[in-house]
Design a protein around this ligand. Structure first.
Ligand SMILES: [Zn+2]
Length: 408
């Protein structure tokens, strides 16, 4: 499938600086997201979609009614506008490498490079057209590749008058900081199920993700001049180290993979007087997830008992998101249709658990099954981010196949 507009679209979108700001209280967290949202609104109107809206929170929604009476389903297609706060997305200078010959790819003036030694997946991309940034910024394939793919699929359906079911489209802000989805107008987005187009390598199909919670630990000490400290000082830093030692040392992100869960000490700050520690708790299995939370509570209680702290250690656990599989398993067609759409495009589906969360996880919690489909991109949230044009074309083909699916 040749889509000349796919590449130019993508290159247009990465020109918008839409980096989300982690400290933000309101969405959109950056002005660039609204600018991109408005540009996408114009494009959706030009493609002939209906009910094209941009909310004050920069959520773009649109509707394309089915053009055949027998195609009764409504399928949602979702991608996010923002890019990761972890790496600049300002003044992205995309470079197109045609017919990648293998070996290192120098970025920009060449101080940064992408090597198959570190990224063995590059061997599979030999001969393809790769798009990279210049080493100063991320590329923004996460998730502008997804937006470009959805738009191009819509263009193909419209131009060639291909049969398709009802389609609802949404482009959402602030996915990377987990904020934008709160403003998702679910009541105006009635779908049988939806897909986020926000995955990685060709073939990826994801519908299971972590159950996630955040644990905040506050340890109170007592500061006093070290010269007169005997019997008086309580060093919160020492206590914090002891608390950390009580957690299972093997159950950390750097030693786990697949469906293994973990405790992750993500943030640690303080002094003798007071320490704050933030842990991420993650597990695919709901029971194991609850057991992790109970473990922390028990350890906190025991710790308080052991150390006879005058002011006890405080532990606050807050749930973040849940494994979307609880919802998706009730709508197995969402996976079957995606599988068929991929096979029709000559792709072997690769069912992967997501070691993270997606907007789909939040939507699933509200009852909308929303698996995640590949974009053809790699190394997200990094200066080494890249996307394959052939991978993007495959994603377009899969989207076109999805909305044409007729088998029940
Ligand atoms: Zn993403």
């Amino acid at each position: 499938m040749q889509n000349n507009n796919l590449l130019s679209r993508f290159l247009g979108y990465v020109g918008f600086d839409t980096q989300s700001k982690p400290s933000a209280k309101h969405s959109p967290s950056s002005a660039g997201q609204m600018k991109l949202a408005e540009a996408l609104q114009q494009e959706l109107l030009a493609l002939g979609l209906q009910d094209v809206k941009v909310s004050k929170h920069a959520v773009v929604t649109a509707y394309l009614p089915a053009n055949r009476p027998e195609l009764k389903r409504t399928i949602g297609l979702i991608a996010h506008l923002d890019t990761s706060p972890q790496c600049s997305g300002k003044n992205v200078q995309a470079e197109v490498i045609e017919n990648y010959r293998g070996g290192d790819i120098a970025l920009g003036v060449g101080e940064e490079f992408i090597s198959p030694v570190y990224y063995p997946f590059l061997h599979q991309l030999v001969g393809q057209t790769l798009i990279v940034a210049d080493g100063n910024t991320l590329l923004g394939a996460d998730n502008k590749a997804g937006i470009a793919e959805i738009m191009t699929a819509l263009e193909i359906l419209q131009k060639d008058n291909l049969p398709h079911c009802h389609i609802r489209v949404a482009f959402t802000p602030d996915e990377e900081i987990g904020l934008g989805i709160q403003y998702f107008p679910l009541e105006d987005f009635p779908c049988d199920w939806a897909y986020t187009i926000d995955g990685g390598a060709v073939g990826e199909l994801e519908y299971e993700n972590f159950n996630a919670a955040l644990a905040k630990v506050i340890i109170h000490g007592r500061a006093i001049h070290p010269g007169f400290a005997k019997g008086k000082m309580v060093n919160a830093l020492t206590l914090a180290c002891a608390f950390q030692q009580g957690l299972p040392a093997q159950e950390v992100p750097e030693l786990t993979e697949g469906k293994e869960g973990f405790f992750h000490l993500d943030y640690f700050s303080g002094d003798v007087e007071r320490v704050e520690m933030h842990y991420l708790i993650r597990d695919f299995d709901a029971e194991a997830f609850n057991a992790r939370k109970t473990f922390l509570q028990n350890w906190a209680a025991e710790f308080n008992h052991q150390h006879k702290l005058r002011k006890p250690l405080e532990l606050q656990i807050s749930d973040n998101y849940r494994n979307m599989y609880d919802c998706v398993e009730k709508v197995p067609q969402a996976i079957e249709v995606a599988d068929r759409a991929m096979r029709k495009a000559g792709i072997t589906p690769n069912h992967q658990p997501i070691r993270g969360g997606t907007d789909g996880a939040f939507l699933a919690e509200k009852g909308l099954a929303c698996p995640n489909i590949f974009t053809g991109g790699y190394n997200f949230h990094s200066k080494h981010e890249l996307v394959s044009l052939q991978g993007m074309e495959k994603a377009v083909e899969v989207i076109v196949n999805l909305v044409q699916d007729q088998e029940m």
